[in-house]
Design a protein around this ligand. Sequence first.
Ligand code: MF3
Ligand code: CO
Ligand code: CO
Length: 257
Amino acid sequence: MGAIIKTEDEIARMRIAGRLTAEVLEMIEPHVQVGVTTGELDRICHEFITRQQQAIPAPLDYNGFPRSICTSINDVVCHGIPSNTKKLKNGDILNIDVTVIKDEYHGDSSIMVQVGNVAPHAQRLVEVTQECLYKALEIVKPGATLGDIGHVIAQHAHKSYYSVVREYCGHGIGKAFHEDPQILHYGDKGAGMVLERGMTFTIEPMINAGRRQTRLNQKDGWTVTTRDGRLSAQWEHTLGVTEDGCEIFTRRSNESL
Ligand code: MF3
Ligand code: CO
Ligand code: CO
């Protein structure tokens, strides 16, 4: 397992892996259309990552995961498996989660995409979830704690009467896909590990419109859904703690972070 504080050379490699990850998301977003299958989105990303980027899609064969990206629709919280028969429908909300390995280092990021015309309540969930991520990114700096991150996310979600998923969390990242520490999306101000310059991790809040409880699909071993069948949204970035804040390795060009 990698050390918790990265060297300058490791940070430079994380920066490149992060940029490639962001570029995959920017490339795939316009392909999201009514009638397209999630299997097709997976195929396009796989080709782009392996041919264009000369990189490796980390999910493929990770603990037996069968595809190169995760696609999670509506009540799917995370780890949805792309399917050649699953067509996107008007009004769906879709999370696309991309993890790229380049020069041994990982970049991990996900976005929500709205398919056709999405109901206002679903749009609101997508927006508030992104705000949860952005508010967390704003407070990251040396001296802040992991509890501070969880606190700001949960506060913002609860203000809109949404709930925060607890079974899955953000994570340290580097040479390994998932490293210590765990980044919980709930917590108490001032609690937990103190952040230091050179730490690299993801923040990836999963926010539910209804209750926070989840269910793991026992047939495929991966797909996580909400227990109550209501909507869930997620956004994810990979970052490094800097002297006075953080550098978002997976920032996309349409983001003013
Ligand atoms: N990308 C997910 C994360 O944010 C993990 C996916 S694991 C997989 O941590 F095997 F489902 F790909
Ligand atoms: Co992640
Ligand atoms: Co991810």
